[in-house]
Design a protein around this ligand. Structure first.
Ligand code: SAH
Length: 498
C-alpha cells in the first residue's frame, strides 16, 4: 500500500495499540492514529509510512458509536502531554480493552486456550474443565484519579518570560505547561507552587536546555501512601554546595511545612536522564518510608517503586494468592527491585522457608536488604546481577545450599522486554511447582508463557490462572499476573549450574 504524505483517507478503527493509539487497516496495511478509538470511522492525514505500517493524524471523527466510549477528556492538555493516551475513552471501556488485550495476546502469541475444547466436558465437570485456564476479571480502580505517587517535572522559561513546569510534549523537548494534573497525588501542586515562587523571588534561573545554562532542571516529587509524607528533590545544573549556600536556607524555610524531606541533586551533563549521581538531603533524611499491606519499605530517590500504591497492594496480594504459599517454601523473586514482592512472600513462608531475590540495580539490592531488616525478616537473601547470569551461579549455591535450585515457587517481574531465554531455560531446569509471572507487557508475557508451556525434557508448565490489574488508568499500559503450574510429575534432578 502506498500513501503520500498529507494524503487524506477515511479509515475504520478496529484496534488499540499499546500506547493507546487507534489502529485501522486498509487492504491489510495498518495505520496508527493517536486519539482515535476502536469502532469509529475517522478521516486521517498520512504522516509517515513504513513498509508494513504507517502513522496518521486524526483530522475528523466521522462516526463514533456509543460502544466506542468516547468522552471529553478531563484535562485540557491530555492529547499534547502524552501522559494520558486514553482520556478520551470511558474508564469502563479502557478496562474492557485491557482485559481483551491480555487475553488476545495469550491466545494468539502464547497458544493458551481459555475455552474448554470439549463442550460436553464443560457440563459434566470432568477433568478437561479443570485443566482449562481461568481468566479472571481485570482489577480496576474505584476512583481512577490522583493515583500517582511520583512526578518529575521539567522547569523551564516559558515564551512569556514566566517560569513554567509541565511535561515534555510526546518525543520533543518542548514543555507543555501544566498547572493541574489529575493523575498525580493531590499534595504535589502546593509544593510545586511554593518552589516556583521561591525561584521567582530569589531570581533562580530555570534550565535552558539549548544553551546548557540556567540552574533548576527538574523538580521531582514522591509521596508515601499511608503516612502522606512527601519527598521533594530539586535537580540543579550546578554543584550542590554553591546552590545550597545561596538558596538552601530559604528553600527549607518556605517548603518544610509541606514536605518531610528535601534533597538537592546535581546534574550538569547534557542528557535526558533526570537525576545526576550526586545527591544531598538538606531537610529530613532523604528517604521515604511507605507501607504496602503489613510491610514497610524505605525508598530512596533513585530506587524503582511502583507508581500506583492503591493498585500495587492488589497486585502483590494477587501474586501472593497465586503463589499459594502455605509456609516453609523456598521461593525465588527474580527482578525483585527493592524487594517489595520478596518481603510479602518472606512474611508468608515463615522462618522455615526462604526467599531469594535477584535484581540488576545495586542500589535497589541495598534497599531490599535494608527493607528486610526494617521488617525483621531474617529468611531472605538478595543478590545483585542479571537474573539470567546470577541464578544458579556457584556463589549462590555455595552460600545458600543446593536445595535452593529446587524451589517450590519462582516469581518473575521483568521489565517490558520480558525474561531472557536463558533464564526461562534455567527455570525449567529448576522445575518449581509454580511459576508466578508478573508482567507489564502482555506480548512478552505470552511469548515467555509459550516457552514454559512447551517445556524441556520432563518438565513443562500449564497456565492455571491469569488476572490483569490496571496500574495505569487513562494510559494504554496493562499489568497482568499469570500462574503456571508444573504438569509433569518428576522434578529435574540434574544439577543447575551456569
Ligand atoms: N518486583 C519489583 C520490580 C519490578 S520492575 C517491584 O514490583 O517493585 C523490574 C525490575 O527488574 C527493575 O527493578 C529492574 O532494575 C530489574 N531488572 C531489569 N533487567 C534485569 C535483569 N536482567 N536481571 C535482574 N533484574 C533486572
Amino acid at each position: 500500500m502506498t500513501f503520500k504524505k498529507n494524503q487524506i483517507v477515511e479509515l475504520y478503527i478496529d484496534d488499540l495499540g499499546t500506547n493507546g493509539e487507534g489502529i485501522g487497516h486498509i487492504d491489510g496495511y495498518a495505520l496508527f492514529v493517536v486519539g482515535a478509538l476502536p469502532g469509529e470511522r475517522v478521516r486521517v492525514g498520512i504522516m509517515k509510512c513504513k513498509k508494513n505500517y504507517g502513522f496518521a493524524r486524526l483530522v475528523e471523527v466521522l462516526e463514533s458509536p456509543a460502544e466506542a466510549g468516547r468522552i471529553q477528556p478531563r484535562c485540557e492538555v491530555a492529547r499534547q502531554c502524552g501522559g494520558c493516551s486514553l482520556q478520551h475513552m470511558t474508564y469502563e471501556k479502557q478496562l474492557a480493552y485491557k482485559e481483551k488485550k491480555v487475553k488476545d495476546c495469550l491466545e494468539r502469541i502464547g497458544g493458551v486456550c481459555f475455552e474448554s475444547p470439549v463442550e460436553e466436558d464443560c457440563k459434566s465437570g470432568s477433568t478437561a474443565v479443570e485443566n482449562v485456564p481461568q481468566f479472571q476479571n481485570i482489577i480496576g480502580m474505584d476512583e481512577p484519579w490522583y493515583y500517582r505517587n511520583k512526578v518529575q517535572l521539567p522547569v523551564r522559561m516559558g515564551k512569556d518570560g514566566q517560569i513554567v513546569t509541565g511535561f515534555f510534549a510526546g518525543r520533543t523537548h518542548d514543555v507543555i505547561p501544566v498547572d493541574e494534573c489529575f493523575l498525580e497525588n493531590e499534595s504535589f501542586r502546593p509544593v510545586v507552587g511554593t518552589f516556583i515562587s521561591i525561584m521567582r523571588d530569589m531570581g533562580i534561573a530555570p534550565y535552558d536546555e539549548k544553551n546548557h545554562t540556567g540552574i533548576v532542571r527538574h523538580i521531582y516529587i514522591r509521596s508515601a501512601h499511608i503516612s502522606g509524607d512527601v519527598m521533594a528533590c530539586i535537580v540543579v545544573n550546578s554543584d550542590i554546595d554553591g546552590f545550597v549556600e545561596k538558596y538552601g536556607e530559604a528553600i527549607v524555610r518556605e517548603m518544610s511545612d509541606k514536605v518531610s524531606t528535601i534533597l538537592v541533586n546535581s546534574n550538569t551533563e547534557r542528557t535526558n536522564v533526570v537525576l545526576g549521581r550526586e545527591m544531598r538531603a538538606i531537610y529530613g533524611d532523604g528517604n521515604l518510608i511507605d507501607n504496602i499491606g503489613d510491610m514497610k519499605y524505605k525508598i530512596s530517590p533513585h530506587s524503582f517503586y511502583q507508581v500506583n500504591p492503591v493498585q500495587t497492594e492488589k497486585l502483590y496480594n494477587t501474586a501472593l494468592e497465586f503463589a499459594g504459599i502455605r509456609g516453609g517454601e523456598v521461593v525465588w523473586d527474580m527482578y525483585c527491585g527493592i524487594g517489595t514482592i520478596s518481603l510479602f512472600l518472606a512474611d508468608k513462608v515463615g522462618a522455615s522457608g526462604k526467599v531469594i531475590g535477584v535484581e540488576i540495580v545495586e542500589d535497589a539490592i541495598k534497599n531490599a536488604k535494608e527493607n528486610a531488616r526494617l521488617n525483621g525478616l531474617k529468611n531472605t537473601a538478595f543478590y545483585c546481577g542479571a537474573a539470567e547470569d546470577v541464578v544458579g551461579s556457584r556463589e549462590i549455591i555455595e552460600r545458600e545450599g543446593e536445595e535452593v535450585m529446587h524451589p517450590d515457587v519462582v516469581v518473575v517481574d521483568p521489565p517490558r522486554k520480558g525474561c531472557d531465554a536463558s533464564l526461562l531455560a534455567t527455570i525449567l531446569k529448576m522445575a518449581p511447582a509454580r511459576v508466578v509471572y508478573v508482567s507489564c507487557d502482555p506480548a512478552t508475557l505470552a511469548r515467555d508463557v509459550k516457552i514454559l508451556c512447551e517445556g524441556e525434557g520432563e518438565v513443562a508448565y500449564s497456565v492455571k490462572k491469569v488476572r490483569p490489574v490496571d496500574m495505569f488508568p487513562w494510559s494504554g499500559h496493562v499489568e497482568s499476573i499469570a500462574l503456571l503450574e508444573r504438569v509433569s510429575n518428576r522434578k529435574a534432578d540434574a544439577k543447575v549450574h551456569n
